[in-house]
Design a protein around this ligand. Structure first.
Ligand SMILES: [Zn+2]
Length: 402
């Protein structure tokens, strides 16, 4: 059976827009996509009139934590839950993510190996959720940032062992912590964490297994260590300097800005439940973060969308808010959409399967009322989502119930 979405505006994820387009979906994949006059609808296809709507690739969020529920104190929340509770919670958060139009996530740090169990449950159809590329435990130094969802290591040999252990458990990406962070008390975002040698060992071991490495880094010294070690993306890249920007651009390292993470924490008033240490750090860095994002754009650094969803008040399912923030800091709506589709797919190494609407790709798409190129905010408005399709099946929105 084929599905034909016709009369819709098509944003294909490659930078092209077609005002009156038809998209044909068959057996889980895009069979055809283009101007309505050039694409014929096969007999017997289920027709969906997309008038007034835009069809675009399902969004890809390169930085989430499905084990965190956007609680004000996520460290405490995880410590109070049993691992089983965390897993059940993350299954609900995965569903919310999908309902928000996000069909793929890279989960860069989870409790135990819960993310791999969740991925398996989604792949088996036991529960609904996005495609997951999971890191498992974040790898950090002893006493380092993110240790509440991480594995503390000391020395090159231990780094290698832990990388192998994550991969053996199911990791499709490796996450390393190259600087202090906001949410872990007692660590400073400015401070470099893990040594250059340790970071190199992580990249070496991951590369051997065909996995990419994502590095958490706020301060520029941590960023530079990670880039020199050969990582593929810098997460946050908050306090970038000229040297770090130059290195990133020369080495083709992606920035995953996670503007939403600092913004939602910093927007909180005293007494909201976010520990003061985290709030103060976020507040002190938001302006610099915005400047770093603009600097990255001036240097032509590759940017892939990531929210850090799960951190305080940074809700799963609201991931599209990141597009608004990127537009507020200078991107065009089209550039923001590219960061969340084809660019993100390239960072994940999945550009052959997802990220664009073209023949042969998996049919992961969103049909949404309105024109995000005119007003990017429509992307976050769930009431406008007519349908979220994953691998050719509507899995969220009114069309999923027909
Ligand atoms: Zn994170």
């Amino acid at each position: 059976m084929s599905i034909a979405i016709h009369n819709a505006r098509l944003i294909d994820g490659n930078g092209q827009t077609v005002e009156r387009a038809t998209v044909i979906v068959r057996e889980g994949s895009i069979h055809a996509a283009g101007p309505s006059r050039t694409v014929s609808i096969p007999r017997g296809a289920v027709r969906i009139d997309g008038r007034g709507h835009t069809v675009l690739p399902g969004l890809i969020d390169c930085h989430v934590h499905l084990c965190l529920g956007a609680e004000p104190d996520v460290v405490q929340a995880v410590e109070r839950e049993t691992p089983t509770e965390t897993l059940l919670k993350s299954s609900q958060l995965a569903r919310q993510t999908l309902e928000g139009g996000i069909t793929t996530v890279r989960d860069v740090g989870s409790r135990d190996h819960s993310i791999f169990a969740l991925k398996q449950a989604i792949d088996r159809g036991l529960t609904a959720g996005p495609r997951i590329i999971g890191a498992g435990l974040a790898i950090c130094m002893i006493g380092g940032h993110a240790r509440f969802i991480g594995q503390e290591v000391e020395g090159v040999e231990q780094v290698r062992q832990v990388v192998r252990a994550q991969i053996a458990a199911g990791a499709e990406v490796i996450k390393v912590i190259a600087s202090g962070g906001v949410l872990t008390p007692g660590t400073s975002p400015d401070q470099a964490q893990m040594t250059l040698e340790e970071l190199r060992a992580a990249v070496d071991e991951a590369t051997r297994a065909g996995r990419k490495v994502a590095a958490h880094a706020h301060g520029s010294s941590g960023m530079k260590n990670a880039i020199r070690a050969g990582v593929h993306s810098i997460e946050h890249a908050t306090l970038m300097d000229e040297e770090a920007a130059g290195l990133m651009s020369r080495h083709g390292v992606y920035m995953v800005p996670t503007l939403s993470a600092l913004a939602t924490t910093a927007a909180c008033r005293r007494g909201c439940g976010i520990p003061d240490s985290a709030r103060d750090k976020a507040k002190a860095m938001t302006k610099r973060h915005q400047a770093s994002f603009k600097q990255a754009r001036r240097h032509g650094i590759l940017i892939a969308m990531g929210t850090d969803a799960g951190t305080p008040f940074n809700y799963h399912g609201e991931n599209a808010q990141e597009l608004e923030r990127m537009v507020a800091f200078g991107m065009s709506p089209m550039e923001a959409i590219l960061a969340a589709t084809s660019s993100a797919a390239r960072l994940l190494g999945m550009q052959d399967r997802i990220g664009t609407i073209e023949r042969g790709k998996a049919a992961d798409l969103i049909l949404i009322e309105g024109n995000p190129l005119r007003k990017i905010d429509v992307m976050r408005d769930r009431s406008r989502i007519a349908g979220v399709m994953q691998a050719g099946r509507f899995v969220a929105g009114p069309l999923a119930r027909m």
